[in-house]
Design a protein around this ligand. Structure first.
Ligand SMILES: Nc1ncnc2c1ncn2[C@@H]1O[C@H](COP(=O)(O)OP(=O)(O)OP(=O)(O)O)[C@@H](O)[C@H]1O
Ligand SMILES: [Mg+2]
Length: 249
């Protein structure tokens, strides 16, 4: 083979390689964009269902309860049996209202859109402690933090999933959540003092939860880390870049 032929084949190979790399990159970008659209749609759906539950279903139930209160007054005093049954129905309806409110809040807490990320994290902590009995210490900046809606959602969903994992897997007795921010970035750490876990050799011990957290954080060009060490529990740390956001203290 002549030198010229070799050179021309090498050139051809490089060209092909460049083309393949660029195709792979654009396929990766397309896939990332697709995941982002899916997550945004999913979030929109949750917001809509949450509103519907809160504004329509819970309101209807509250309306029925009001009607029952009127009926109790109207039922003659002698009809104690009827009054008792109405009271029991009222109590069932009150419980249903609570269930619907809790469910709506878990789907997408209104405070996230209305009052911001710190308020929403506080509601997630309240729900978590109620279910798990594990106390959470929160350190976060005072005042409101103005964030792009997508970033706010990402931070909230990571907090929710990390807390779900603490409850499901850690047997921890306390959790610390720290949020710090400067002009460039917001850092959120969720640390528990429970049992640690190891990735298996094929790196496959991560389920959908951890992968989902990582994907969401990548979507806003952030950084995601999870560390778990014998005797030191598990810590999730996310860093979210803030260039375009403004702080509203
Ligand atoms: N805080 C934690 N403490 C102890 N182990 C944890 C903790 N967080 C995660 N793990 C371990 O990492 C594994 C993967 O977590 P991941 O959230 O990805 O999946 P999962 O919780 O098992 O399932 P799901 O897909 O429903 O989230 C868990 O099964 C558990 O073994
Ligand atoms: Mg999980």
């Amino acid at each position: 083979m002549t030198d010229t032929l070799l050179r021309s084949q090498l050139k051809e190979c490089r060209k092909l390689n460049k083309q393949l790399t660029s195709d792979a990159l654009s396929a990766k970008k397309k896939a990332q964009k697709f995941v982002q659209v899916l997550i945004e749609r999913h979030e929109e759906d949750r917001r809509a269902i949450s509103r519907e539950l809160h504004d329509e279903v819970a309101q209807l139930l509250t309306g029925i309860n009001f009607e029952l209160a009127v009926l109790t007054k109207e039922a003659s005093n002698s009809d104690k049996k009827l009054q008792k049954r109405i009271a029991e129905t009222q109590s069932l309806i009150s419980k249903s209202v609570e269930v619907v409110h809790n469910f709506a809040r878990q789907l997408r807490p209104r405070v996230l859109d209305d009052l911001g990320i710190v308020a929403a994290i506080k509601t997630a902590i309240k729900d978590f402690t109620k279910v798990s009995g594990i106390p959470v210490e929160l350190k976060a900046p005072k005042g409101s933090i103005k964030l792009e809606s997508l970033k706010k959602t990402v931070i909230f969903r990571v907090t929710q999933e990390a807390l779900i994992n603490v409850n499901k897997h850690s047997k921890a007795t306390k959790v610390q959540i720290r949020m710090t921010l400067d002009k460039q970035r917001l850092v959120l750490e969720i640390e528990d003092n429970g049992k640690s876990f190891k990735k298996n050799s094929k790196n496959k011990s991560f389920g959908i939860g951890i992968q989902g957290m990582e994907e969401r954080v990548k979507m806003v060009r952030g950084d995601f880390k999870i560390s778990s060490n014998e005797g030191a529990g598990t810590t999730v740390v996310i860093t979210i870049p803030l260039k375009k956001d403004s702080h509203n203290e």
